[in-house]
Structure formats: structure tokens, C-alpha cells
Write a protein that binds this ligand. Structure first.
Ligand code: ZN
Length: 249
């Protein structure tokens, strides 16, 4: 079954008046499962990790249409990924219902300096083993998927988020992400942000899988763009395969 970002992409495409042309004139036929050209399809290595934490993507208007969008990768890996197209007015009732669902503790993931200090948290409440996890809420990470300017707009113009805690990430590594040049070394792509959130939630398999899968996607994307073959035994694929092999705990 198509995941949340795939459904959002299909809905957005259906509303397009003219066909969306990806930057770089990348107009060849694409696989519906991974958005790559069929010769560079990566559906065969799509991982899936069972997580307690969920992800809610608020996506800027054309973000689901961009072939380089990495929210798609999060939806591949994390089954409980929800995705909504952001609008300043006319908020989707399903989004409001999700935020009010008592099984979830939503966190708005955004730099703390833009929020009132009393809203800012640096960590996620972890399950208390003594309570067997049954009464604990599951963390739901709300990620803004778009440019920095779009993310700031989504953060400041979504009144339904105003009472939620703001999870401020402290990334120590510099992004290796090569697909977009944002001009900011500390600007992480959306799937890297999700990996950092999974780390804070103690979901280390999901964290590492998201990182390894992003590296595989980056490899496929750039090889497709340059019309070069896939290195199926290269470092990126080997790392993802190692994570997918059940290891003794
Ligand atoms: Zn594919």
C-alpha cells in the first residue's frame, strides 16, 4: 500500500494544472515506489523498522513533488509516518485529530531560539520500564518539510502547534547531504532530522537505518542523474545490508 508521502504526492499531482517538471529537466519515466528512473530503482532495498515513535510531516506545497524530497524516505522506513500538506488556513481535520490522539505526545521539532523559552525541550520523555510502557505516550515528531523560509512560516502560522513542546536539536555533525545546497552547514535534510529524533527517542536501529538509507538514496539519485550504474556492493549498500541482518542482542 502506498505510504503517506506517496499519497500526498499523488493528490498534489492530481491538483497540478501543468505537469511538474523537476529541476534539471529530469523528465524520464519514474518508478512509483521510489521516484527514481527504473534503471536506478531502489525498491529492492527498502527497509522497514518497527518503532514506538512516529513522525508527522507537515509538507510545503510542492515538496511532495520534488524527486529529492527525503520525507519520502522517512515514510519508507517508519511505518507510523503521517504526512499533510501545510496550508495557512483550512487545516486538515485529520491532522488535528492526530495531534489530539491520546496515544501520542507530539513534539514540534524546531530550533529553540524561535520559540518561547518555556516551550523548549532538549530531550524526549523515555518509557518507564516499571510501568511496562502501557501508560506512556508515544513520541510523535512533527517535522516541517520544505525550505527554511517555508519551515519558519509553518512554525509561526500554525496556531494548533502553539501549545506543544518545541524539541530543539543540537546537531554535532555537519550534514553530508549532497542533493541540495542550502548554503548553511548546519541545515539538515528532513530524513537526517528524523534520524536525530529517533536517537533522542532511543530508537537506535531506526536512527541508523534512516542514515544508511539516505546514503543509498543519495547514491542512486546522483548515479541516475549522471547516468552511471549503481554500485550495489559499495559502502552505502553494504552498510544498509548490515543493518537489515538480524544481529544477536
Ligand atoms: Zn523503485
Amino acid at each position: 500500500m502506498p505510504h503517506a508521502v506517496s499519497l500526498l504526492r499523488a493528490a498534489r499531482l492530481a491538483r497540478s494544472v501543468k505537469p511538474f517538471l523537476a529541476r534539471g529537466g529530469f523528465k524520464r519515466e519514474r518508478c512509483a515506489g521510489c521516484r527514481l528512473v527504473p534503471s536506478h530503482c531502489m525498491c529492492a532495498v527498502r527497509p522497514s523498522v518497527a518503532t514506538r515513535a512516529g513522525v508527522c510531516l507537515l509538507m510545503a506545497d510542492i515538496e511532495p513533488l520534488k524527486p529529492s524530497n527525503t520525507g519520502w524516505l522517512i515514510a519508507d522506513v517508519v511505518a507510523d509516518t503521517f504526512a499533510f500538506g501545510w496550508k495557512r488556513t483550512d487545516t486538515d481535520p485529520a491532522l488535528l485529530a492526530l495531534l489530539n490522539d491520546p496515544q501520542w505526545q507530539p513534539y514540534v521539532v524546531f530550533p529553540g531560539q524561535y520559540a518561547a523559552p518555556e516551550r523548549v525541550v532538549l530531550s524526549v520523555a523515555s518509557p518507564d520500564p516499571a510501568r511496562n510502557g502501557t501508560e506512556e505516550k508515544r513520541p510523535l515528531f512533527i517535522l516541517f518539510d520544505g525550505t527554511w523560509a517555508e519551515a519558519r512560516k509553518m512554525f509561526s502560522r500554525s496556531p494548533y502547534l502553539d501549545l506543544l513542546p518545541v524539541l530543539s536539536l543540537q546537531p554535532e555533525q555537519i550534514t553530508q547531504y549532497k542533493l541540495r545546497r542550502s548554503g548553511r552547514d548546519d541545515h539538515f535534510c528532513t530524513s537526517e532530522v528524523a534520524a536525530l529524533c529517533m536517537n533522542l527517542a532511543g530508537e537506535h536501529v531506526a536512527e541508523q537505518t534512516l542514515e544508511a538509507y539516505l546514503a543509498v538514496f543519495t547514491h542512486h539519485y546522483l548515479r541516475a542523474k549522471n547516468q552511471q550504474p549503481i554500485a550495489w556492493d559499495g559502502a552505502a549498500h553494504r552498510r544498509l545490508r548490515e543493518l537489515s541482518v538480524p544481529r544477536p542482542s
